[in-house]
Structure formats: C-alpha cells, structure tokens
Design a protein around this ligand. Structure first.
Ligand SMILES: [Zn+2]
Length: 97
C-alpha cells in the first residue's frame, strides 16, 4: 500500500488505512484543514470585501483582526463581523469622555 501523504509503501494493519503513520495522518489532516480554510476565505463576497476595506480605512488594526477571524470562521460571517464592529465604533463615537 502507498501512503496518501508521503507516498511511501507500507503494510496496513487495516484494509482502509490510508497513511503509513500517525505522523502522516496528522499532516494530511492539517493540510485538509488548511485548504478548507483557504476555500472559505476565497468565497468572501464582493460586498464583504468592500465592507472590510471601508473598515480598514478607519480602523486598520481592527480590520486585520476581523480578517483573521473570518479566515477561521468562514467568509460568510464577514459581513456580520464588520457590521458589528462598525456599530460598536459608531457607539463609541457618540460617547463623550
Ligand atoms: Zn506516510
């Protein structure tokens, strides 16, 4: 059998084994998670992009944080995340210190 991660031959204990070792199984899992994350990030809508850019113009550090939040949680929450931050910002603007 050939390991689906490193490609080396191995004798499987189980018929459905795909990887030669726990190490390769882990590496493959990590790779899968990474491409899932990238796929999610790539599906960010144009509307969300525009919102995020608008936020970045005012609060660049916060926009960067929202962006990394989106990478973990998926592009479909970008709009909600940005709107939340923007309303919080508007509220703070209204506060007199
Ligand atoms: Zn392997």
């Amino acid at each position: 059998m050939l390991c689906q991660c490193c490609g080396s031959g191995f004798s499987a204990g189980r018929r459905d084994a795909k990887y030669c070792s726990a190490r390769c199984r882990q590496a493959a899992r990590r790779q899968r998670l990474r491409s899932d994350r990238e796929a999610k990030q790539n599906t960010m809508t144009l509307e969300s992009r525009v919102l995020l850019d608008r936020l970045a113009a005012v609060l660049p550090a916060t926009a960067a944080r929202v962006e990394s939040f989106v990478i973990v949680n998926g592009a479909d929450c970008t709009e909600a995340a940005v709107k939340l931050v923007m309303s919080a910002y508007a509220e703070l603007q209204a506060v007199k210190f």
